[in-house]
Design a protein around this ligand. Sequence first.
Ligand SMILES: Nc1ncnc2c1ncn2[C@@H]1O[C@H](COP(=O)(O)OP(=O)(O)OP(=O)(O)O)[C@@H](O)[C@H]1O
Length: 318
Amino acid sequence: MNRELAIDATGLTKKFGDFAAVSELSLKVPEGQIYGFLGPNGCGKSTAIRILTGLLTPTKGSAKVLGIEVPKQAELLRRQIGYMTQKFSLYEDLSVSENLSFMAQIFNLPRDLARSRITELMDTYRLNELANQLAGTMSGGQKQRLALACACINKPKVLFLDEPTSAVDPQSRRDFWEQLFDLSEQGTSILVTTHYMDEAERCHGLAIMNKGWICADGSPLGLMDKMQANVIEIAGNDLRALKDRLTAFDEVSSAAQLGNRLRVLIDKAQADPIGFLQATLGANEPLQMEQVRPNLEDVFVDCTGKPLPSSPVQEAGK
Ligand SMILES: Nc1ncnc2c1ncn2[C@@H]1O[C@H](COP(=O)(O)OP(=O)(O)OP(=O)(O)O)[C@@H](O)[C@H]1O
C-alpha cells in the first residue's frame, strides 16, 4: 500500500439485486488533500462513501483507507475516521454539549480528554454561546458547525462529508470551507460530496461519477483543460428556438441559456467550432459568437452526458 494515499480503492462494485449502484470504482485520495466527489442525484456517491467507511460490504473489489482494509477491518478503521452525513447526524433532543459528550462516549474518550476536546471544539466551531441549546432548535448553519465538531471528536485522519453544505447560506458555506482547509493543513484527508460547482473548484482533486461509474478524475484545472468539448457563447435573439435547433446536432452535447447568452458545448472533434456553428445556422443570422474557457459545470455536463462504459459486472448480471 502506498502510505501517501489516505484512500486507495480499486474496482469497487456494489449491487442491490441486479442494479449496480457503484461499478468498478477506483479512487486514490492523497493524504492531506480535500477531494471532491461530484455526480448527479442517485449516481452512487453515498453508496461509495458507505463502502469506504466500512458500513456497507462491496459486492466486488477492495479498498484501503489509512492502510486499513475495508470491510475486513472496519471496526479498526471507524475509530480513525469521521463521517458527517447529508441529513445532520445530530440528536435533536440533546443540547450542543450533550451531543458532543455523547460522541465522546461512543469513541470511549477518557473523561478528562473528552472535556478538553469538547472545549477545544466548542471554541473552534463557535458553539460556546449555544452550549445548552437543543440541537433541534438550531439554524442550519449552527447545526452544520455542530455536526462537523461531532465528526471531529476523535481527531479523525480521514473525514467523509456527504453533502455537508446542502442546507446552509453562502457565508456559512464559505466559513465551513475555511474550516475544512484548516483541517487539511493539520493533515486531515477529506472526501466531500457536493452539488455546488464553486465548492468543487476549491478541492485539490475531484472525481465525477455518473450512474455508478467514475467518468472523470483529476484536479479542477486539469479536468477543465482535458474536457472533450469546446465552449462557445452565442449572444442574440430568440435563444430558446436556437437552443432547440442546436441540440438536434450530434456535435452539440449541451446548450444552456445564461441571461442573453447561450452556452454551447461542441465536441472537440470539430476543429473549428465557430465555423461549424456558422455553417450550421446559416450566414444570415446576426449572432455574436465567442469561444470561452470551460468551467467545472461544463466539465460536469460534458462528462455526465456521455454514454457509459460497457460494464462486465452489469453484463454478467443479465
Ligand atoms: N440499500 C439500498 N437498496 C437498494 N438500492 C439502493 C440502496 N442504497 C442506494 N440504492 C440505490 O443506489 C443508487 C445510488 O444511490 P446513492 O444514495 O449512492 O446516490 P447519490 O449519488 O449519493 O445521490 P444523491 O446525490 O441524491 O445523494 C440509487 O439509485 C439508490 O436508489
